[in-house]
Design a protein around this ligand. Structure first.
Ligand SMILES: Cc1ncc(COP(=O)(O)O)c(C=O)c1O
Length: 445
C-alpha cells in the first residue's frame, strides 16, 4: 500500500483506537490498516478497492468459499423464522437435523453431536467430557491429559494447557494441573520436502507409552492431538503415527481426542482427518468449516460408548452439567446445514481430493526458491517453511505476507512458515496465481 492510499483509507474509516484486535500487532495495524469490506467466492475486496485471492479461506474456515448464496439464504431464512430459542431444556428442529446429518457424515461410531460456539469451546468441552466420562464410570483417578508439543487447541485454559505453543501459554500462569505433552513430529532433517505423509517419525507415538508409564495409566483421562497440526505450520502425521496412538490409548483405556477444527470438512481431501487417515477417535472437535466460517459454531462428536455412559441417573436429571447460551444457535445450525448441503451437492470434498495433486505440485515447485527449507501438503492444506532471519524470527514470513497482500494474495504466516488452506472451490488458474505471487515475493526479498 502506498502512503497515499493508507492516508486516504484511514480518513474513510471509523476511528480505529477502541477495538483491541485479537492475535494482531494492534499498533502496527492501526498505523497500516488492511480492511476487508466484502468477499465473494475465492476473493476478498478491501475498503480501498483491492481484490485479494484468499489463500487461507478466511482463517482455515470458509471451505465453501465466501458468501455462498445457499448458505447466505439459509441464514436469512432462519433469522426471519427463529432468531433464538433457549438452549437448555428447549430445542429447535434445525439443530437436531444438523446433529443427524453430521453424525451420518462422521466416521462410524461417532454417533452424538454436542454444539458450542468455537474451536476453543469445543476443546474445553471434549476435555470435560473425558473427565466426566471416567468419573461416571467410577474411574475418578483418571484426570490427566496428554497433549503434544506445538499443538494448538484454541485459547481457553483447557486448550492452552494441552496445547504446545509457548507464546500462547507463557503469560497465563500455571494452567490446568496434570498435563503432559508428547514430542512434536516436525523434523526437517529427516522429512524436508516429503510428498504425502512423512516416512520418518511414526515411532514418536511410542513416546506415549513412556509418558503413561511415568504417570500410570490409571491416572490418564485422554490424549488430544490435531491429526494435522495446523497453527504450528501444517505438520503432517508421520506414516503409522496416528494408528499407533490409537492402539496405545486402547491398550490403556485412555480416550483419544482428535482436534479436527482445521482438518474437518474436506480440508484433507476427505470428510475428516479421521477418515483420511483411517483412525477413529473417541471424541472429535469441530468448528470453522462446520458453517464454512459464516456463523460462529463448534461441536464435539462423541462415540456411543461415551454418550451411553452419561445416560444414567434418575429420569429427567441433567446428565452433563455443561453447555452455552448459544449452543446450537438457530442461525449457526441453519448455516451448518446449508454448508453441508453445499459440500455434498457441489462435491467439494471430492473436489479437494481431485485438486490435491495440482496443489502439491504447485507448492513443491517453490523448492529451490530463496530461503525455502521445506514444503509439505495434503488435500488442500499446505505450508512453505522459510529460513528465519538471524535474530528476527517471524520477520521473513511476515515480509512475504505483506508483499503477497500488496500483490493480491492473502497467505497466513505462523512463525516463519507460510500456510495455505484455500477454499475448496479453488481452480487451477487460482492455484497458479497464488503460488506465482509467493514465488515473486520470495525472489524479491
Ligand atoms: C486445531 C484447532 N483447535 C482449536 C482452535 C480454536 O478455534 P477458535 O479460534 O474457533 O476458538 C483452532 C483455531 O485455529 C485450531 O486450529
Amino acid at each position: 500500500m502506498t502512503d497515499n492510499t493508507v492516508r486516504q483509507l484511514k480518513t474513510d474509516l471509523p476511528d480505529l483506537e477502541s477495538y483491541w484486535m485479537p492475535f494482531t500487532g494492534n499498533r502496527y495495524f492501526k498505523e497500516n490498516p488492511r480492511m476487508i469490506a466484502r468477499a465473494e467466492g475465492m476473493y476478498c475486496y478491501t475498503t480501498d478497492g483491492k481484490k485479494l485471492l484468499d489463500g487461507v479461506a478466511g482463517l482455515w474456515c470458509c471451505n465453501a468459499g465466501h458468501c455462498n448464496p445457499k448458505i447466505v439464504e439459509a441464514i436469512k431464512a432462519q433469522a426471519e423464522k427463529l432468531d433464538y430459542s433457549m438452549a437448555f431444556q428447549l430445542g429447535h428442529p434445525t439443530v437436531f437435523e444438523l446433529a443427524n446429518r453430521l453424525t451420518d457424515l462422521a466416521p462410524d461410531g461417532l454417533d452424538y453431536a454436542f454444539f458450542v460456539n468455537s474451536g476453543s469451546e469445543a476443546v474445553d468441552t471434549a476435555l470435560k467430557m473425558a473427565l466426566a466420562y471416567h468419573r461416571t464410570r467410577g474411574d475418578a483417578a483418571r484426570t490427566r491429559f496428554i497433549g503434544r508439543e506445538k499443538g494448538y487447541h484454541g485459547v481457553g485454559f483447557g486448550g492452552i494447557s494441552v496445547g504446545g505453543l509457548s507464546p500462547n501459554r507463557k503469560m497465563f500462569g500455571t494452567m490446568l494441573p496434570g498435563v503432559d505433552h508428547l514430542p512434536h513430529t516436525h523434523n526437517i532433517e529427516k522429512n524436508a520436502f516429503s510428498k504425502g505423509l512423512p516416512q520418518w517419525g511414526g515411532h514418536l507415538a511410542d513416546e506415549l507409552e513412556n509418558i503413561i508409564a511415568l504417570h500410570d495409566a490409571s491416572t490418564v483421562a485422554a490424549v488430544i492431538v490435531e491429526p494435522i497440526a495446523g497453527s504450528a505450520g501444517v505438520l503432517l502425521p508421520p506414516k503409522g503415527y496416528l494408528q499407533r496412538l490409537r492402539e496405545i490409548c486402547d491398550k490403556h483405556g485412555i480416550l483419544l481426542i482428535f482436534d479436527e477444527v482445521i482438518c474437518g470438512f474436506g480440508r484433507t481431501g476427505d470428510t475428516f482427518g479421521a477418515a483420511r487417515f483411517d483412525v477413529t477417535p473417541d471424541l472429535m472437535t469441530l468448528a470453522k468449516g462446520l458453517t464454512s466460517g459464516t456463523v460462529p459454531m463448534g461441536g464435539v462428536l462423541a462415540s456411543k460408548h461415551i454418550y451411553d455412559t452419561f445416560m444414567t441417573g434418575p429420569d429427567g436429571a441433567i446428565e452433563f452439567f455443561h453447555g452455552y447460551t448459544y449452543s446450537g444457535h438457530p442461525l449457526a445450525a441453519a448455516a451448518a446445514c446449508a454448508a453441508l448441503d453445499v459440500y455434498v451437492d457441489d462435491g467439494l470434498f471430492e473436489r479437494a481430493a481431485s485438486m490435491e495433486g495440482k496443489f502439491s505440485d504447485a507448492l513443491h515447485s517453490l523448492k529451490g526458491e530463496p530461503n525455502v527449507i521445506d514444503v509439505r501438503s495434503i488435500g488442500l492444506i499446505g505450508a512453505v517453511e522459510l529460513e528465519s532471519i538471524d535474530g528476527q524470527p517471524t520477520a521473513r514470513a511476515m515480509s512475504i505476507f505483506r508483499e503477497c497482500y500488496d500483490n493480491g494474495v492473502i497467505v497466513r504466516t505462523t512463525g516463519d512458515t507460510l500456510a495455505f488452506s484455500p477454499p475448496l472451490i479453488i481452480n487451477d488458474a487460482e492455484i497458479e496465481m497464488m503460488i506465482e505471487t509467493v514465488r515473486t515475493a520470495l525472489r524479491a526479498q
